[in-house]
Design a protein around this ligand. Structure first.
Ligand code: SF4
Length: 278
């Protein structure tokens, strides 16, 4: 299988736009990669993140996503071929470089995206490799393809960062353009398996700030009994330029970052359901 690894893995940040990096990989190689996990497609690796799981994290950002969230700040990660083709061995060696420091700082390795479970075999093998090095592992996912992971594979991931866009199906469709039944089922399965999770919720004025919607979501997640925290992530416009460059219709033009008061109010709604919200 041919791979192209000349493009540096590090990006200055996930907000750096990257496109067409995997166009040279043939369809047959892509199919093989997805089936075996011998190769994956990454937007970038970033180091030093303090917001993608406990401690200081090394984060690998995958490409491909089946959602179309109105507030997505990385629409360049929607397409698999926008990512850099990376062999599993190369990705593992990147983690090895940082493993001692990550352990010293009580941090770990996080796979995010895009939606990592679009490349579930690569993701599982990479997380297992990190786990075997004694590095704490986290998977940030929208949960839609959770059934692609076996119970045993889920037990080997230390933390799931579950990005829930909404609770009611209508609101989920409005925000992400897709139904959320598989997401709800995945969250319930995590609960049955007793796997720890953090809820992540993006607060967008006028789109996701309905207190009743947040209350219902909070009650559902609190009822699972596995959520260690609920994080309210204020929407920002750092990804707006990507929508424009990609020629996509951006519906949140002019929407402002929520005020501190609005963020505090959202946190209070989640806290009111019994979650440890921040
Ligand atoms: S799930 Fe994440 S990557 Fe996918 S569209 Fe939504 S915000 Fe973007």
């Amino acid at each position: 299988m041919e791979t192209v690894e000349a493009t540096p893995l590090e990006a200055k940040s996930p907000f750096e736009m990257r496109v067409h990096l995997g166009d040279d990989v043939g369809d047959a190689d892509v199919r093989t990669a997805l089936k075996t996990g011998d190769m994956g497609f990454l937007h970038s690796f970033t180091t030093g993140s303090a917001v993608d799981g406990p401690g200081i994290r090394l984060v690998a950002w995958t490409t491909a996503c089946m959602f179309r969230c109105q507030y997505c700040h990385n629409p360049d990660t929607w397409t698999l071929s926008n990512g850099i083709p990376v062999t599993l061995a190369k990705a593992i060696s990147e983690i090895q470089r940082y493993a001692p420091g990550l352990k010293r700082m009580n941090g770990g390795f996080t796979l995010s995206g895009g939606e990592p479970l679009m490349q579930d075999r690569f993701v599982v093998r990479l997380l297992e490799a990190a786990h075997a090095m004694g590095v704490h592992t986290a998977l940030e996912t929208n949960g839609f393809f959770g059934e692609r992971l076996s119970d045993e594979e889920l037990r080997n991931i230390d933390l799931i960062l579950l990005d829930m866009k909404a609770f009611t199906p209508e609101q989920h469709k409005r925000v992400a353009g897709i139904n959320n039944e598989p997401v709800i089922a995945f969250a319930q399965r995590l609960a049955r398996l007793g796997r720890p999770m953090w809820l992540r919720y993006v607060l967008v004025p006028g789109l996701t700030d309905d207190p009743e919607e947040m209350r219902q979501l909070g009650e559902f997640v609190a009822g699972l009994g596995i959520a260690e925290r609920a994080e309210v992530l204020p929407f920002h416009q750092l990804g707006e330029y990507k929508w424009k460059k990609l020629g996509l219709e951006y519906q949140l033009e002019g929407v402002e970052t929520p005020s501190n008061e609005a963020v505090a109010a959202a946190i209070a709604v989640f806290a009111g359901t019994g979650l440890k919200a921040c």
